[in-house]
Design a binder for this molecule. Structure first.
Ligand code: FDA
Length: 309
């Protein structure tokens, strides 16, 4: 009960721009996200990726930011991604990128968003770096999938995310699996009503596993994005039982979350990709991480005050 109230509270906070302004302007609060964000600059993110690569993990870079309201800001965000892609290539890092379409001007319209994205996917084509399109709130799902489909039809190597809490997702996954699309499966991180999304953890987990199974059966190289040991065990078991190799999928986790589990999976020979966010616009991302696990508040405060966690 308390956990779901806290979850709702942090998700509410994640949407409050005035609160973001306060957080970004307060030195004490500015230190909060360090556990979950690689830094504010690309150099810091590259250093984090290098460390992950040395440990055997791949990465996906996220230039933090969402929901821009003008073309200039959208183009600026796209340019930051082009720079990131070129840097991944020039440094020979094992990494790709993850993009939020609201940051690329989705609210300006689907056609304009594709215009904004074109330099990014062109950089992906030039360098052979895959571009993942993150999934945001349910008001954006149709448009996000449409943009992914149009970019793929134009020959770009992009893939979407599906959220297992959405009632619509099994149908989306069936279509994507048939087309052999490289999908990331996650549970979903936004506040959605019962008409649109399961609220029950068991239903969300069962849907998560069955979507991963369908994509594995289709040979579509799914990204299994979770820190939940039960999900991981169930997907790994399915792969073993169906003689699907550990190179046919990857586990994906967030930077700073369950690093112990990331290590264990690598030691067992699984592929692990870590989602590495960086930049100054950390506020909504950080609030969603607190919503997923309210105990993170204590964890973060302890690290700020220098105690061992
Ligand atoms: P779940 O919430 O079920 O918790 C299981 C256990 O995992 C917890 O007991 C705890 O140990 C650990 N854990 C989970 N979250 C934690 C946290 N924040 N801090 C510390 N420990 C934590 N969502 C979305 O809507 N669109 C997207 O595009 C993406 N993209 C994405 C990429 C990647 C690589 C990951 C891992 C996740 C996403 N998500 C996402 C977020 C996802 O939808 C979901 O909110 C979180 O992964 C939490 O669900 P889990 O299954 O990981 O754990």
């Amino acid at each position: 009960m308390l956990a779901s109230a806290l979850r709702a509270f942090f998700l509410w906070l994640s949407d409050r721009r005035w609160m973001a302004g306060i957080a970004l302007g307060t030195p004490f609060l500015r230190r909060m996200p360090l556990r979950f964000v690689a830094g504010t600059t690309l150099d810091e993110a590259v250093a984090a990726v290098r460390k992950l690569n040395t440990a055997g993990a791949s990465a996906t870079l996220d230039v933090l930011g969402e929901s821009v309201d003008g073309r200039v800001a959208a183009d600026r965000a796209a340019a930051a991604y082009v720079t990131a892609i070129e840097r991944i290539a020039s440094e020979g890092l094992d990494a790709n990128v993850s993009i939020k379409l609201t940051q690329m001007g989705l609210e300006l319209g689907v056609d304009e968003c594709i215009d904004v994205l074109n330099p990014v996917v062109a950089a992906g084509d030039r360098t052979g770096i895959f571009v993942r399109i993150d999934m945001e709130g349910s008001a954006t799902t149709d448009r996000t999938l449409e943009i992914v489909a149009r970019l793929r039809a134009a020959g770009h190597d992009v893939g979407p995310v599906v959220q297992s809490y959405l009632h619509r997702s099994p149908a989306d996954v069936e279509r994507l699996a048939n087309d052999g699309v490289r999908v990331r499966v996650c549970k979903g991180a936004y506040a959605e009503p019962p008409e649109i999304a399961h609220q029950d953890r068991v239903a969300i987990g069962d849907a998560f596993v069955s979507m991963c199974e369908e994509l594995l059966r289709a040979g579509a190289y799914p990204g299994v994005a979770t820190h939940d040991p039960d999900m991981i065990e169930r997907v790994a078991l399915f792969a073993r039982e169906h003689a699907i190799g550990a190179d046919a999928f990857e586990f994906q986790m967030l930077y700073g979350v369950r690093r112990d589990l990331q290590r264990q999976l690598l030691e067992k020979g699984y592929r692990v990709r870590v989602y590495v966010p960086y930049g100054t616009e950390w506020y909504p991302y950080f609030m969603r991480r607190l919503a997923e696990r309210p105990a993170n508040v204590l964890f973060v405060l302890r690290s700020i005050f220098g105690e061992r966690s």
